[in-house]
Write a protein of this length. Structure first.
Length: 130
């Protein structure tokens, strides 16, 4: 079984939300992030700032000074982060078996025709690699 070491770098749900905004915008200031996340809930500016400081300490984001503003950017790409989490889930819940993870996901969620086509394409590519 492969071991994936995420160390202590496991983003919280709110940290993942901020990361998704940073990936979509390729970086943002605290003010921009605050304006995005506070639309749907009552949240203080300082909560966003403190969360970004924690994320910086965790190595999830980096802060760049742009004049008087600080721009935050994700350290890892969305794809790298997804791969880490999929590996973590696979190891912890499915004894490292990607097949078991996929089978479970397909059995619990409704899958549309377009998604099934993409899955079939991926299976065909993987079969040609073997």
């Amino acid at each position: 079984m492969r071991r994936l070491d995420l160390g202590n770098v496991r983003p919280t749900e709110f940290e993942l939300e901020l990361l998704q905004l940073l990936w979509a915008q390729d970086g943002a200031t605290v003010r921009e992030l605050f304006e995005s996340v506070s639309k749907d809930r009552d949240l203080g500016y300082t909560t966003v700032l403190k969360t970004l400081q924690i994320m910086t300490d965790k190595g999830l984001v980096r802060r760049e000074e742009m004049g008087k503003a600080h721009v935050y950017r994700a350290v890892r790409s969305e794809e790298q982060t997804r791969n880490q989490f999929i590996g973590y889930l696979s190891d912890r819940l499915f004894a490292g078996s990607a097949a078991q993870l996929v089978l479970h996901a397909l059995s619990t969620d409704s899958v549309g025709i377009e998604e099934l086509s993409r899955i079939k394409e991926l299976i065909s590519r993987k079969e040609s690699e073997v």
